[in-house]
Design a protein around this ligand. Sequence first.
Ligand SMILES: [Zn+2]
Length: 140
Amino acid sequence: MTAMNDDIVIACVDLAGRAGASGVDIGYINAARWYAVATYRGARIIVDGHGSPTAAALALAERLLSRAKCRCTQPVTLSDARPGCRWRLVGRRWEPGCDAAPITVAAGGRGDLAAIERAMALVPPGGNRAARRKAKRRRP
Ligand SMILES: [Zn+2]
C-alpha cells in the first residue's frame, strides 16, 4: 500500500466540503495511478494519474483552489508572487489569508454549484467582514 500523508488527504476532504461538494472519492486504477474526485450535483471535478493518494489529494485541493474566488471576493492564490487572497495549508486545513465570514448557501445548496454561485454573488466586495465582527461580539 502506498504511504499516505493524512494531513493532506484530510485537508482536501475538508476543503471540498467547505467548497460545497457533496462528496470526495480518492482511489486508484493501479499502485502508480491515483485519482481524486469531488462530486457536485450534476458535476464532478477530477484529477487523475497521480503517484500516491497524497499527490492526488493535493492536486484536487489545488484544482479546487485555482480559479476559485475566496469568500472575501478576491481570487484565491497559492503563490506570494500572484495577487489575490493567499491560501495556505495549515496542518489539516486549508486557510484563507483573510478573516471574511463564511458564505452561507441556502438550504439544499450543498453540491449545487449554481446555488453556491448565487450565494457568492450576494457577498459585498471585501467579504462579509461586518457580519464576522458581529458574530465575534456575540460570543461570550
Ligand atoms: Zn479571502
